[in-house]
Design a binder for this molecule. Structure first.
Ligand code: C2E
Ligand code: MG
Ligand code: MG
Ligand code: MG
Length: 288
């Protein structure tokens, strides 16, 4: 039967669209309406002081649950959002929601010192986003100093006027962090000119820290670099006590990872870290 249809341009097209391309189109179409359908929400992962286990901040991580697709991971839909330009709208929604949440926690009696929000390289392509960030902060009633924006090295190296945009953001008063540090190609000379306050050591270096000598050397070098440039260093993806002890020994004070908490819903964060939380579970000193 396939033969009978012969060499048909449409058939060829249909066949080529049956795999990844079709999946991609479907994702695109569903994603475009995801915000208005309330399918997008945020989870928050604590950042802690390793020595005291105190909460120093949270990172907002976007989540998408679609009735047809189920839970879709950010690594699957963020690239689609970037390619279609939807990332601008999504990024602004995430920022506004994260800032709003900070005030909610304040009201509920949980003061989260800092909210970290990821920015995509594509959000920098249409010019400065500083005015948008300033208006989101004002709308939410959040002080700029309590917001930290995370950019990757690729944002900084591949954006024409990155330094100008980053300086604009600093002028608004927000903090800046370099995410996944060590995986990109930023030059150290350039790094020292950037008005950033925080380096986040990529999870890939933390993972095998006690078994892989190279990863260990890189992690230690990043910690030293942070010290020299007077930046705070946060280790990502800390999953066990061994990794935490290693970091502390080498002077890295802050961490984020499953050892402390997975990314959680706002109410769970409040339950775990709010007033009257279980001190033992939150990891603070147990009496006796
Ligand atoms: P990221 O910004 O580096 O975020 C950290 C990722 O590591 C999160 O994955 C988090 O759940 C995961 N993680 C944290 N601790 C551990 C750990 O101990 N072990 C392991 N195995 N993983 C850990 P998630 O939420 O799937 O996000 C993946 C990436 O998607 C993020 O990496 C970020 O690049 C991007 N992303 C997430 N939310 C947003 C957003 O709102 N906007 C933008 N532009 N990108 C986002
Ligand atoms: Mg991040
Ligand atoms: Mg990261
Ligand atoms: Mg990342």
């Amino acid at each position: 039967q396939a033969k009978a249809r012969g060499r048909n341009g449409y058939q060829f097209y249909a066949a080529s669209m049956s795999g990844e391309g079709l999946e991609r189109l479907r994702l695109e179409a569903l994603l475009r309406r995801a915000i208005e359908k309330n399918e997008i929400y945020l989870h928050y992962q604590p950042q802690v002081d390793i020595a005291t286990r105190q909460l120093i901040g949270v990172e907002a991580l976007v989540r998408w649950h679609n009735p047809e697709l189920g839970q879709v991971a950010p690594v699957r839909f963020i690239p689609v959002a970037e390619d279609t330009g939807f990332i601008s709208q999504l990024g602004q929604w995430v920022l506004a929601e994260a800032c709003r949440q900070m005030i909610c926690w304040d009201t509920a009696g949980l003061r989260v010192p800092k909210m970290a929000v990821n920015l995509s390289v594509r959000q920098f392509e249409r010019g400065s986003i500083a005015p948008m960030v300033a208006s989101v902060l004002q709308e939410a009633g959040l002080e700029a100093q309590r917001l930290q924006l995370e950019v990757t090295e690729s944002v900084i190296m591949n954006t024409g006027d990155a330094l100008g945009y980053v300086n604009d953001l600093r002028a608004v008063g927000v903090g800046l962090a370099i995410d996944d540090f060590g995986t990109g190609y930023s030059s150290l000379a350039y790094l020292s000119q950037l008005p950033v306050q925080t380096l986040k050591i990529d999870r890939s270096f933390i993972q095998d820290i006690s078994t892989d000598a190279n990863d260990e050397a890189i992690a230690v070098a990043i910690i030293q670099l942070g010290k020299s440039l007077n930046l705070s260093v946060v280790a990502e993806g800390v999953e066990n006590e061994e990794q935490a002890a290693f970091l502390l020994r080498h002077g890295c004070r802050h961490a984020q990872g499953y050892l402390y908490s997975r990314p959680v819903a706002p109410d769970d964060l409040l339950a775990q870290w709010g007033q009257g939380h279980d001190e033992h579970e939150a990891g603070t000193t147990v009496p006796g």
